[in-house]
Design a protein around this ligand. Structure first.
Ligand SMILES: Nc1nc2c(ncn2[C@@H]2O[C@H](COP(=O)(O)OP(=O)(O)OP(=O)(O)O)[C@@H](O)[C@H]2O)c(=O)[nH]1
Ligand SMILES: [Mg+2]
Length: 279
């Protein structure tokens, strides 16, 4: 049984047993992390009904951080860099954000800075055509990939759009070369506009559990993260780990991915999250 299901079934019993230590253990097991689990169990132990108290505590942690991405029109283009480990959903999120901003009447250019994989550029070209966005990309030559930082520089120098969204290669946060490459992208953007990038969004796969906190820490070393997008919330999201990461870093949550199309993006709903977690 997954933690998720286990947590759900035990929650039902807990409402009756109201056992503090048991609650703490379950929370740890469900990826809330030791510190937050102890804190929650302590606070909640004094309350009448555990499920209700836990819900309200989680809401207090998450609700203030839910916000839409605000595009500052003084910045032209407003530069957004998407970062994250392999397969977290960055490229799909580029499409989702492009669609989201275009619906607000903003023009959007996208940059395929994952130049190392030909398929990555091709994937983004398909999205750009579908969404009718200008795309900056390398020539898809696997022998001689375009340097990502030089492509980012060219894109920001030439873009005339309201928003410029930069896709980056999926990196394992312990891969020094790739992390250096990411740092270089940031450096060249600042050469053109010292306030850029205006948003650095870490894209997380919400089904990955504890490792999410580690990812935030490592990517923060390159450049401050300004917000999170939590993907694959339509799957078996690790509820506890999400609460932990949000509580620990207090970063804005700009939205959740709930599927594979450009439309599958919405604001985080605490109500929906708690419903999935508890029921
Ligand atoms: N169910 C579901 N699938 C998603 C979501 N977001 C992305 N995916 C799928 O997850 C897979 C990886 O998505 P990508 O957008 O390619 O991820 P990435 O971070 O760009 O991957 P790399 O460039 O390889 O690091 C694809 O099959 C997507 O369709 C989501 O919110 N829900
Ligand atoms: Mg990608």
């Amino acid at each position: 049984m997954s933690f998720f299901k286990k947590l759900k079934s035990i929650f039902k019993n807990l409402t009756l047993s109201r056992n503090n230590e048991e609650l703490e253990e379950i929370l740890i097991e469900a990826d809330f992390g030791t510190r937050l689990s102890t804190e929650l169990a302590k606070e909640i132990g004094s309350d009448g009904e555990i499920t209700k108290a836990l819900k309200s505590k989680i809401e207090t942690i998450i609700a203030p951080l839910i916000t839409d991405i605000k595009i500052n029109s003084d910045k032209h283009p407003f530069v957004i860099v998407l970062e994250g480990v392999n397969g977290s959903g960055k490229t799909t999120t580029v499409a989702k954000l492009a669609y989201h901003f275009k619906r607000q009447g903003l023009s959007v250019d996208i940059v395929a800075c994952d130049t190392f994989r030909v398929a990555a550029t091709e994937q983004l070209v398909v999205w750009a055509n579908k969404l009718n966005c200008r795309i900056f990309c390398g020539n898809a030559n696997p022998e001689k990939p375009r340097e990502p930082a030089s492509l980012a520089y060219e894109a920001l120098s030439n873009s005339k759009s309201d928003v410029l969204i930069i896709d980056t290669a999926g990196r394992l946060q312990n891969n020094t070369n790739l992390m250096n490459e990411l740092a270089k992208i940031h450096r060249v953007l600042k050469k053109i506009d010292e306030t850029a990038p205006h948003e650095v969004i870490l894209v997380l796969d919400a089904t990955t559990g504890q490792n999410m906190a580690e990812q935030v820490k490592e990517f923060q070393k390159i450049h401050p993260i300004t917000g999170l997008i939590l993907n694959k919330m339509d799957g078996n999201a690790k509820g506890g780990a999400l609460v932990r990461v949000v509580n620990e870093f207090k970063l804005p949550i700009y939205g959740v991915g709930i599927g594979e199309t450009e439309k599958d993006f919405e604001l985080f709903s605490v109500e929906k999250f708690l419903k999935d977690l508890m029921e």
